[in-house]
Write a protein that binds this ligand. Structure first.
Ligand code: AMP
Ligand code: GLY
Length: 439
């Protein structure tokens, strides 16, 4: 089978690595890929941008691609799946209509509300004035207390969500999204919702529109610095499984969140096929609630998840496309937990320089049970250099979370470039949780 993977980050590297291990894979193309997807066995990079849908279709036809797998959300929301299907090309991912679950927060919140899925209370606004009036009326007593989250409706590369504490924060957020149009057309509508407190988990599931196969829960680290301080990022590390979500909570998330969502999508004639990623807040008083849906694998959650997957991923993806998830055996997982530490460029998530030579990748790769996935790298004259904010996702298995963490950081220490940094506390929350359970 000839497979095309769309995207260039750590998630796509993990997908390429896993798909290339399938005995069914003959060749794997990654568009546009990174320094290491080009060097992974069976893999080859293709210089086509992930959002250039016409060029991707042309390539898939000319290269007789049997299966296309889409990593990032932008091409999904733009309708890549519909275009490929029209051309009779097999592709893994949701249709444009179903991808609205991530592409429009208003669509997502309305669907959740209609299906009675637990989520934060919300209001939708079409202009800055009505949103401002709402905040001024609702939070008129104490300007210091305004626990809301202001969100741009559309895709904004993860930046269109502003968590507020004071009235001033909220008014500023409305101004940035709806008046300054900092996130462009994504800010045509906005959602203001109640701020939830608790711990976050990422629960991903494969679904063919009817059947749901949940994957082990994971936890991301969105804040830039240790102790969850600093600005929001794309994710500075992840681990899997997340002990926060035990078996009982998982069943409850399936029953009260995933099943009603998938049914509501089917009922509204927008069946969801692909990876449904629920960003969950586990609230202390009311249990798990949906913060958001993504319509793809998470980055970096995909890296520790796929390091543990033993089943042939092509079989899982084909069953999803063919609506046959009810016929397959449950996926098998390595019982050992995994931890992924993101190494980033100096300045990220703000501005950063590219092109810094990376050393020590071979030593890191030699650390047992470690796989270094590349996120933002390029090959220049045979040398691997930095080419993004998040540069590497150093991922490891261990008999315990603590052992996996140690292994990942042992490999991190081998890798050097000017300005490289990472969080030092990835997976510490899992260890606190595991200790609590023991007591
Ligand atoms: P989203 O893009 O909707 O996932 O939001 C990104 C991040 O913003 C989430 O991972 C949370 O950390 C935070 N967030 C979003 N909605 C809420 C909420 N209602 N309460 C608290 N935090 C939130
Ligand atoms: N790790 C967060 C995301 O993929 O959206």
């Amino acid at each position: 089978m000839r497979v095309l993977i769309v995207g260039s980050g750590g998630r796509e590297h993990a997908l390429a690595w896993k798909i290339a291990q399938s005995p069914r894979a003959e060749q794997v193309f990654v568009a546009p890929g990174n320094a290491d997807t080009a060097r992974e066995g069976l893999c080859e990079n293709v210089p086509i941008a992930a959002d250039d849908i016409p060029a991707l279709v042309k390539f898939a036809k000319a290269s007789r691609i049997d299966l296309t797998v889409v990593g990032p959300e932008a091409p999904l929301v733009a309708g890549i799946v519909d275009v490929f299907q029209r051309e009779k090309l097999r592709i893994f991912g949701p249709s444009k209509a179903a991808a609205q679950l991530e592409g429009s927060k208003v669509f997502c919140k309305n669907l959740l509300h209609g299906a009675d899925v637990p989520t934060a209370e919300y209001r939708v606004f079409r202009d800055a004035e009505s949103a401002t009036r709402y905040v001024m009326d609702r939070f008129n007593a104490d300007e210091q207390s305004c626990p809301v989250v202001v969100k741009a409706d559309g895709l904004a590369a993860g930046k269109g969500v502003i968590v507020c504490s004071t009235r001033r924060d909220a008014l500023e957020a409305i101004d940035r999204i709806a008046r300054q149009r900092e996130f462009g057309a994504a800010g045509k509508q906005l959602v203001i919702e109640e701020r939830l407190d608790g711990q976050e988990a990422s629960v991903l599931a494969l679904t063919d529109g009817r059947t749901i196969v949940t994957l082990p829960p994971a936890q991301d680290h969105k804040a830039a610095y240790d102790g969850d301080a600093g600005p929001n990022t794309g994710g500075m590390g992840a681990y899997c499984p997340a002990p926060l979500v035990d078996e009982r909570m998982m069943r409850s998330i399936e029953e009260h969140i995933l099943v009603p969502t998938v049914h509501a999508m089917k009922r509204s004639r927008q069946p969801f096929s692909g990876v449904l990623y629920a960003g969950i807040m586990v609230t202390p008083a009311q249990g798990p609630k949906v913060l958001e849906y993504n319509v793809r694998f998470g980055d970096p959650e995909c890296q520790p998840l796929l390091l543990r997957l033993k089943t042939d991923i092509i079989d899982l993806m084909e069953a999803t496309i063919d609506g046959k998830l009810d016929e397959i055996k449950p996926p098998q997982w390595d019982p050992r937990p995994s931890v992924s530490v993101v190494m980033a460029s100096e300045g990220y998530p703000g501005d950063y320089e590219k092109g810094r030579p990376i050393r020590g990748l071979e030593e890191a790769a030699a650390v047992p049970d470690v796989k270094v996935f590349h996120s933002g790298t390029a090959l220049v004259d045979g040398q691997v250099v930095t080419a993004g904010g998040r540069v590497l996702a150093v991922t490891a298995l261990g008999n315990t979370i603590a052992a996996a963490k140690l292994q990942a950081y042992t490999a991190v220490k081998c890798i050097r470039w000017q300005g490289a940094w990472c969080r030092k506390d990835i997976a510490d929350k899992a260890m606190v949780q595991a200790d609590k359970r023991k007591r």
